[in-house]
Design a protein around this ligand. Structure first.
Ligand code: UT7
Length: 323
């Protein structure tokens, strides 16, 4: 069978770092509160000229370099984002053009913080279905542009950035020893859409809108939803938490990550944490965390890696892959 194997990874961050101390000048908050409640110490905020597409383009170029490939080798670009440059065309199409690619096709996936998990799963389906051989999967966001900077309950939590993976179809044995994507579990439930949403849009208000979140409500559901999909992926592959080398979670809140890992008996030393550095970068958080742990030598060829995310919608999902 064909498996979608990771050929390369890349990341990009805006130039400007904003520390928790600097957030104290913007809203009534404290470094202590932010660190204790979320684990976040700083975030990167896009400046003038930095956009979702420019960050996505930079992450894509880094992934191509890392893989030793050029755009000529790519058939499809999928960009997971909830903060596109424009309502349309897709940011993926803009990035395609920025990369100098005029063949193949490109589209966006919108599943908020679960966007990268959905995008990787979509890329895998296109590869296994024979519609693409190599897919550039990008998660890119500029959430700073949809934050209400007067709302301390949300503006301290999010940051901007992008990450990318290149997936390639490789003939494989069909066992869990194969490299590549082994299984996924995706879920959504629109009954929860009012707990985390943007209060504008082209068809409702004709405005872009700002992010609104009932943090406590999201928190209440997060651990159960995350651990359910991870367990579903373990069950469907006959693998177990002790076989896992790395859990790469969506980086929303350190407490959610720690509680999810604990519930599944995954020890803290196997969990990749970047929320302290990047804050919550939505669809960019998993590929940024992957790029961090793969470039510092933690994630190595042959390692069993679980990705998971939960976010607005609600959407949630997990992907198991062998690096
Ligand atoms: O990525 C998509 C998924 N999103 C998430 O996973 C986010 C999930 N939710 C969370 O991570 C947490 O609920 C938060 C970090 C958003 C909040 O943590 P919490 O422990 O649930 O705090 P809380 O909302 O219960 O607020 C506790 C107190 C409140 O004061 P009172 O009512 O107890 O007097 C808030 O007003 O903390 C106050 N507070 C703040 N204080 C200082 C809220 N935001 C801040 C702030 N600085 N920035």
């Amino acid at each position: 069978m064909i498996r979608s194997v990771v050929r390369g990874f890349g990341a990009a961050l805006p130039k400007r770092v904003v520390t928790n101390r600097e957030m104290e000048d913007i809203v009534d908050t404290s470094d202590d509160w932010i660190v204790q409640r979320t684990g976040i110490r700083q975030r990167y905020i896009a400046g003038e000229g930095e956009t979702t597409s420019s960050l996505g383009d930079a992450a894509a170029r880094a992934a191509l370099d890392n893989a030793g490939l050029t755009v000529a080798d790519i058939d499809l670009i999928i960009c997971a984002t909830s903060t596109p440059d424009n309502t349309f065309p897709a940011t993926a199409v803009k990035i395609q053009n920025m990369l100098g690619m005029s063949h193949g096709f490109a589209f966006d996936v919108q599943a908020v913080c679960t966007g990268f998990v959905y995008a990787v799963t979509t890329a895998d389906a296109y590869i296994r279905g024979g519609l693409a051989k190599r897919v550039l999967v990008i998660g890119a966001e500029t959430f700073s542009r949809i934050l209400d900077w007067n709302d301390r309950t949300t503006c301290v939590l999010f940051g901007d950035g992008a990450g990318a993976l290149i997936l390639e179809g490789v003939e494989s044995k069909g066992t869990t020893d194969d490299r590549g994507i082994l299984a996924a579990s995706l879920r959504s439930d629109g009954a929860h859409r009012d707990k985390l949403y943007v209060d504008g849009g082209p068809s409702s208000t004709g405005t872009v809108g700002k992010l609104r979140m009932e943090g406590r409500e999201v928190f209440k559901h997060a651990v159960g939803m995350i651990t359910d999909v991870i367990q579903a992926v373990f069950d469907s592959t006959g693998t177990t938490p002790d076989q896992l080398d790395w859990l790469v979670p969506h980086q929303a809140n350190r407490r959610i990550i720690d509680a999810s890992a604990k519930k599944l008996d995954i020890p803290p030393e196997k969990v990749v944490i970047t929320v302290d550095l990047h804050g919550n970068t939505s669809a960019a958080s998993i590929p940024l965390a992957i790029a961090t742990a793969a470039s510092d030598g933690r994630i190595k060829e042959g390692d069993l890696v679980m990705l998971e995310a939960m976010g607005g919608g609600f959407t949630w999902g997990a992907v198991l892959l062998r690096w």
